[in-house]
Structure formats: structure tokens, C-alpha cells
Design a protein around this ligand. Structure first.
Ligand code: CS2
Ligand code: MG
Length: 402
């Protein structure tokens, strides 16, 4: 069996997506997501100019050898562009393999470990009161787990506050929107938000919060400690994780569960965090961390240390990633939770899929493969639109972490 052709489809149904489609001599095709928010064209070019020429003529069933060829053969290993490209190839090859076998992808991985996948939604508001209301809306929609992000008094354009409560697209301009950050105002405010949420909704809803890389380890330990009375499901990206040992300073001073990893792209980014049990959830994804092939390695390694999966699932990961992720989540033994920031209707129309939401859970479909396709004709109606993520500076102008 041979790969006969492959192409990259860049489209923008409300936001930019990069999709790889691989064709074979047996008429079976597969697709993978290669979207890197704010750097989409880098991955599109990496695939078109450097990867696809190496795929033609190869056997699509040799997903492991193709992964090793693309990883070791690049010489310049790792990084979000390279690994997003490898992820897209790998996801498309697993899609093809499952279609050849005539089974949904989760069966190929080892079958169901659960009937449904617990997900969390994104409630947000400009004020504490608006955010509390938004959490109530998500509970009314059936969500059992809700992430809460709020505007912070005294901070304009705080992270995570969207135009509407269902769709949050931070890449809102061709060049980065400048935002200002103030840690003391944030540290004073967040405990009040979660105190009000527990007061309003009791202890049952699972509540999550994304710090989004903005604190030092000591500040993160302070926040984790101040949130202990409100029993968070997790506090995410508490501090930048290039220095994995930084999490030891947090871990030793708070029992609030820690999650990290949406920007990681190989096991090397999280090996120390996992083997030292410095985190509770690993957020790596099919899209960023080497596809099914490598994400499975990360999850199996994490299972040795009782670290569970909590894959990223923001709107800048396309429905192709969500579809593949749900098959992975249905199989993976050490599953924790799946982020599910709903896509817009125009995005869902470009990427027809068979997964569905019900009572706070997602269910992957039973069709062969990962269950997501792309309507190329419709995609062509939404040309790429330059967009980059915001940046953050401190009040004195110091560059900070958005
Ligand atoms: O956990 C999350 O969902 C966030 O960290 C993301 O929305 C992140 O800001 C975006 O994916 C960046 O493109
Ligand atoms: Mg995050």
C-alpha cells in the first residue's frame, strides 16, 4: 500500500486552521490537524515543503517508522512547528489505519476503558458576578466540570474573558494585542471568585482555573494555598514550565491539584514533572505532542506515576484534534478530563464529525477512523486571515507571560 499524495488545507471559518489530508493508492484517505495558533503558515510550509515530499510512496501503515523518520530525520528535533507537523501526519495515518481495519480508532488502541469522556467548559465574564452567572449557565447545560476565568478589577483585557461565553478566540488581531498584567490584583481577586462559586453552587461542581503561566513558583504556591478551601479540580499552568523543577516549590506548599502541558510537544518537556509527581494532570495533546503515537507514550509513562491525562481542547485545536482526542480519551486507562471549548457553527460545518455532547460528557462516534472529515469546498470559502496571540506586559512595561 502506498501514499500517493498529500495536501495542506488552510482555512479560517471564524479562526485559522491547518489540516493535512493524505491519499493512498487504495482510495482510503486520512486527515490530521496541524494548527498552531498565531504561527499557522509555519506548519503549513513545514508540511508542504519538507514533509509531504518524504511521504509519497511510503506505506501509510508504517506509522511508527514514518514518525521516527520525521523526528530523527529532521536533525533539528522537537519544537511546536516540527511536532505539530509530525502530529498531523501521525493522526492522518492512524485515521487511515483504523479505516482500513473498518473500526473506530479507539478499538485499534485497545478498546473502550469508559463509555463517555468527562469534559470541562469555559465559563467567563467581565466581572465576578458575570463569571458566577456564566458558571451557572454551564451547569444548566449539563456540565459537571467548569473552568472559571474572570475579568480582574483594575486589569483591562484579562486573560480568558471572551466576547461570548461559548467561544473564546484570543488571536484577535494581525499583530499581537498588548495587554497589561498585575499579579497582586490577580492574587487578591481569584480566591474571592472561587469562594463565591462554592457559596453559590456548593461543593459538587468540579471547578478549574487557568493561571496561564503568569505567576512565579512562590506566587503560584500562595494562590494554590489560598484556593485549597474551594477544592479545585486543578490549577493550570501555574508557572512557566521550562524549569520543570520549579513545580517542586509549588508542590511542597499546596495540595491544590496541578495541571500543565498544553504547550509541550514531546515527553522530554514533562519527564521530570511526571517522574517526580510534581503534577496531577498532563495536558499534552494529539495535535501538539506527536500525534497518537507519541501521546500514547506520554500517557503510559504518566500512568507509572499516577498522573492522569487532561488534554487541551481550546477552539484553536480543530474538530479533527477533538475527534482523535476523544478516541484516545475513550481508550487511555489513566484518563482525567478533556477540555471542550465548543467550536463555532461555521467551524463545525467545515469539519463534519460524529462526536456528540450529552450531560457533561462527550461521546466519540463508531465510524471507522477518528470520525472527522473536512469539507474542502466549504473550507475554500474561508481564506486564511493573519492573526496572532496577544502579549502581556507588567504595568511598568516589562514583557510578561500572556
Ligand atoms: O487552557 C486553555 O484553553 C488555554 O490555555 C488556551 O485557550 C490557550 O490560551 C490557547 O489555546 C492559545 O492559543
Ligand atoms: Mg491553558
Amino acid at each position: 500500500m502506498k501514499i500517493t499524495a498529500a495536501r495542506v488545507i488552510v482555512c479560517s471559518p471564524g479562526r485559522n486552521f491547518v489540516t493535512l489530508l493524505i491519499e493512498t493508492d487504495q482510495g482510503v484517505t486520512g486527515i490530521g490537524d496541524a494548527t498552531l495558533n498565531g504561527r499557522e503558515l509555519s506548519v503549513a510550509s513545514y508540511l508542504t515543503d519538507h514533509v509531504i515530499p518524504n511521504l509519497i510512496g511510503r506505506d501509510p501503515r508504517q506509522s511508527e517508522d514514518i514518525w521516527q523518520f520525521l523526528y530523527r530525520g529532521a536533525y533539528w528535533r522537537r519544537g511546536p512547528v516540527t511536532m505539530s507537523a509530525i502530529s498531523a501526519v501521525d493522526t492522518a495515518l492512524w485515521d487511515i489505519k483504523a479505516k482500513l481495519a473498518g473500526m473506530p480508532l479507539y478499538q485499534l488502541l485497545g478498546g473502550k476503558s469508559r463509555e463517555r469522556v468527562l469534559v470541562y467548559g469555559h465559563a467567563n465574564g467581565n466581572t465576578l458576578e458575570e463569571t458566577v452567572d456564566a458558571v451557572g449557565q454551564y451547569i444548566a447545560m449539563g456540565y459537571k466540570a467548569i473552568r472559571a476565568q474572570s475579568g480582574i478589577p483594575g486589569i483591562a483585557k484579562a486573560y480568558g474573558v471572551a466576547r461570548g461565553t461559548l467561544h473564546y478566540e484570543p488571536a484577535d488581531a494581525a499583530l499581537p494585542t498588548e495587554t497589561v498584567w498585575d499579579t497582586p490584583k490577580y492574587l487578591r481577586f481569584v480566591p474571592k471568585l472561587f469562594e463565591k462559586l462554592r457559596e453559590t453552587y456548593g461543593d459538587e461542581p468540579e471547578l478549574l482555573h487557568d493561571v496561564h503561566h503568569r505567576l512565579t513558583p512562590n506566587e503560584a504556591a500562595q494562590l494554590g494555598k489560598s484556593l485549597e478551601p474551594y477544592r479545585l479540580f486543578w490549577m493550570e499552568d501555574a508557572t512557566p514550565a521550562e524549569n520543570q523543577q520549579a513545580f517542586r516549590l509549588i508542590r511542597e506548599r499546596t495540595t491544590t491539584p496541578l495541571a500543565v502541558g498544553e504547550i509541550f510537544n514531546t515527553i522530554w518537556d514533562c519527564k521530570e514533572l511526571i517522574e517526580n509527581q510534581l503534577i496531577d494532570y498532563i495536558r499534552t495533546t494529539v495535535l501538539r505532542a506527536g500525534g497518537i503515537t507519541h501521546l500514547r507514550r506520554i500517557a503510559d509513562f504518566a500512568a507509572l506515576y499516577q498522573v492522569r491525562t487532561g488534554s487541551h481542547g481550546a477552539t484553536d485545536l480543530s474538530p479533527v484534534t477533538m475527534g482523535a482526542a476523544l478516541h484516545f480519551d475513550t481508550w487511555v486507562p489513566n484518563f482525567g478530563i478533556q477540555e471542550y471549548m465548543r467550536h463555532s457553527e461555521e467551524t463545525d460545518a467545515v469539519f463534519p464529525h460524529d462526536y456528540r455532547f450529552e450531560a457533561g460528557h462527550l461521546y466519540c462516534g463508531e465510524s471507522p477512523g477518528h470520525g472527522v472529515t473536512i469539507d474542502e469546498e466549504l473550507a475554500a470559502k474561508y481564506p486564511y486571515k493573519p492573526a496572532q496571540l496577544p502579549i502581556a506586559r507588567l504595568e511598568d512595561g516589562t514583557m510578561w507571560n500572556w
